[in-house]
Design a protein around this ligand. Structure first.
Ligand SMILES: Nc1nc2c(ncn2[C@@H]2O[C@H](COP(=O)(O)OP(=O)(O)OP(=O)(O)O)[C@@H](O)[C@H]2O)c(=O)[nH]1
Ligand code: SF4
Ligand SMILES: [Mg+2]
Length: 415
């Protein structure tokens, strides 16, 4: 029987990355930690070139993804440099970094990785591997410990220290990782009534609801709220049949205008996308970024950021609808570019605004990393859901549920 948790989407799993120099034993340790042959091991330096991701169960914390990376000392020309950049980019968004050094002592590359993780506030464990080859070197262990992080002496060949390494990772998850923020459950109390609006159109997966919808229903049931689900053509009817106003209405962004038209202004209205941004990213920063949509000028470049490489749909929100609506709304000539998957341009300065998708397949840290990079370069960033509401002219209405985000948007709009 397949354990249910294996179905946990990647975006809800703790991501644990292994980093270090080539041949340090990263792949061997990933295989040991996961108890599976995930990565190819060999004594040829640079065996792992592209990152290898594997979703597994790590008892007792549950669903995780291990990420094996290319060595950060890869000097094989421009390809090697690209691999190093990629490994370091992964360090920016993993939940936990395991830096794999040698039991004989950390090298400069390892120390730089550790410092980078500390700067990024990424929880980190130091694994001093190949302890079977190097006599346990107390000075090396003491030096690693002086960096203020957990240090584990291990040996991927015999398995010595692996359980200790696993326990160090588990302790970090239990003590340093933020529990997921709720999507909708915190907005309702036991006995409240909530109306959810989920369009069933050609984009809706047959026989299923999309993840944020399922998550919202589950959270509302957990709080013992009463949860009604309708399509957008039944909102007015549902409201007239309910004996009291719902505590709030949450709709798919694409139906937000139609739902707003049927909803009296006294009833709070939000969207799945806005709640997802609250749960998984920084809604205040994204709301502030939405103000940049009102300042777009002729020739501006807009970067659409898709976090996965899905097959573009004929009516794709990011590639077709948002660009079309933005051109219509602004009346200026805009140049749209797309960034696909986990790669993200290092230089964001050419862009007037970045519009990020919901990021259902990536973690909160991944979305926050993008916001951090954008903010460091002074480039505004918003997301699909906020952009759609802005373009429909009802962003202020839907942000009323989040006064801080509304305030940030209004303040940035006045600039
Ligand atoms: N003796 C000993 N050998 C090890 C240990 N861990 C890994 N090795 C060996 O070291 C070599 C490199 O191991 P890998 O796991 O492929 O190392 P890696 O860090 O993934 O290397 P790249 O993918 O090239 O960056 C292989 O020959 C492994 O068998 C260990 O604890 N002890
Ligand atoms: S929200 Fe982003 S990550 Fe999720 S399917 Fe759409 S493009 Fe992919
Ligand atoms: Mg490897």
């Amino acid at each position: 029987m397949i354990p249910v948790a294996l179905g946990t989407p990647k975006g809800l799993r703790i991501h644990i990355g292994l980093f270090g120099r080539r041949n340090a034993g990263k792949s061997s340790l990933v295989n040991r930690l996961a108890n599976q042959e995930i990565s190819i091991v060999s004594d040829v330096p640079g065996t792992t070139t592209d990152p290898v991701e594997k979703a597994c169960e790590l008892a007792p914390i549950g669903p995780v993804v291990f990420i094996d990376t290319a060595g950060v000392d890869d000097d094989a020309g421009s390809l090697g440099a690209a691999r190093v950049r990629r490994s370091k980019a992964i360090l920016e968004w993993v939940d936990i970094a395991v830096v794999v050094g040698a039991a004989s002592g950390l090298e400069q590359d390892d120390i730089e990785l550790i410092h980078a993780a500390q700067t990024l506030k990424t929880p980190c464990v130091i694994a001093l591997n190949k302890a079977d080859l190097h006599r346990p070197n107390q000075a090396a262990v003491a030096e690693a410990k002086s960096l203020g992080l957990p240090v584990v002496l291990c040996d991927a060949h015999t398995g010595r220290g692996i359980d200790e390494l696993r326990q160090a990772v588990i302790r970090i998850v239990q003590t340093q990782i933020d529990p997921d923020r709720p999507l909708a459950g915190h907005l309702a109390e036991a006995g409240d009534t909530v109306l959810l609006v989920t369009p069933i159109d050609t984009g809706a997966p047959k026989g299923r609801l999309i993840l944020p919808q399922v998550q919202a229903i589950r959270e509302l049931l957990d709080t013992h709220a009463k949860c009604f689900v309708v399509q957008q053509d039944r909102v007015a009817e549902a409201l007239s049949e309910l004996r009291q106003d719902p505590k709030f209405i949450m709709t798919d962004s694409q139906a937000v205008l139609e739902v707003a038209r049927q909803t009296p202004s006294r009833i709070p209205l939000t969207t799945f996308s806005i709640q997802l941004a609250y749960a998984k990213s920084d809604l205040i920063a994204l709301a502030e970024g939405a103000a940049a949509l009102g300042r777009l000028r002729d020739g501006d470049r807009v970067l659409i950021c898709e976090s996965c490489s899905h097959l573009p749909q004929p009516e794709d929100i990011g590639r077709i609808k948002i660009p079309k609506w933005l051109r219509e709304h602004t009346g200026v000539k805009l140049n749209f570019e797309i960034s696909v998957g986990k790669d993200f341009p290092e230089d964001l300065s050419p862009y007037a605004v970045l519009i990020q998708c919901g990021g259902c397949v990536v973690t909160r840290r991944h979305l926050l990393m993008r916001l951090r990079r954008a903010s460091m370069q002074g480039v505004p960033m918003t997301n699909y859901g906020l952009a759609i509401c802005y373009l429909q002219g009802i962003l202020e209405r839907v942000l009323a549920c989040h006064p801080d985000a509304l305030e940030a948007y209004l303040k940035a709009s006045r600039k």
